[in-house]
Design a protein around this ligand. Sequence first.
Ligand code: HEM
Length: 218
Amino acid sequence: MAGPATARQLAALKRILFVLCLVPLLRLAWGAWDDALGANPIEFIQRSLGSWTLNFLLITLTVSPLRRLSGWHWLLRLRRMLGLYAFFYAMLHLVSYLWLDQFFDWQAIAKDILKRPFITVGMSAFMLLLPLAATSSDAMIRRLGGRRWQQLHRSVYAIATLGVVHYWWLVKRDTTLPALYAALLGLLLGIRALWRELERQRQTAGADLGKRTLRNTP
Ligand code: HEM
């Protein structure tokens, strides 16, 4: 099996991944320091943070199928960090909106959330992310129980869908990129649906075989 063989190797891999996930933020900070974010740096920061929120959501959703296809079970040990990074970038994206875009004018913000559908959808996605981030610790998994925790965390499918809709609705002309994100998300959700259906059919077939065997047993 490819990948880290020992706990120490996995810990090292996690540290490397932790730093790699910070690169988009460090690049933004460097660009701001260097005055290299173009004519509209606020828009650049906000859009970049939004893109990375969506990227991390989709990367997180890639872990399970990739693990299943490759047999690299250790990938699952990286999923929580990737999901928390999605939340981290979403928080920065939201803060950039509240601060750099709206200057903490709460009345204008409330109006904007209600008036512009793409903001309403983005805010809904963020609100749905909160319970997932709050229940990401081992202690919370134990407290909720694996099954309930899993059910709750399935809302990440809805969150990613809202994220793509948010992106699609804010783009004014060229929808190529949102369409690409939508296609990738469709693939990630489609493969899960397909596997679930195959599993269901396998179980039904197994149950039928069991019944037939019982009937034919003298
Ligand atoms: C999971 C939550 C969210 C995701 C995945 C997300 C994703 C994105 C993406 C991909 C973009 C476009 C980036 C680009 O053009 O390259 C974007 C832009 C933007 N988002 Fe979000 N977003 C989220 C939440 C929010 C929230 C909570 C707000 C504010 C309440 C918000 C406000 C904005 C604004 C104002 C823009 C820029 C629009 C423009 O420049 O015309 N987003 N977001």
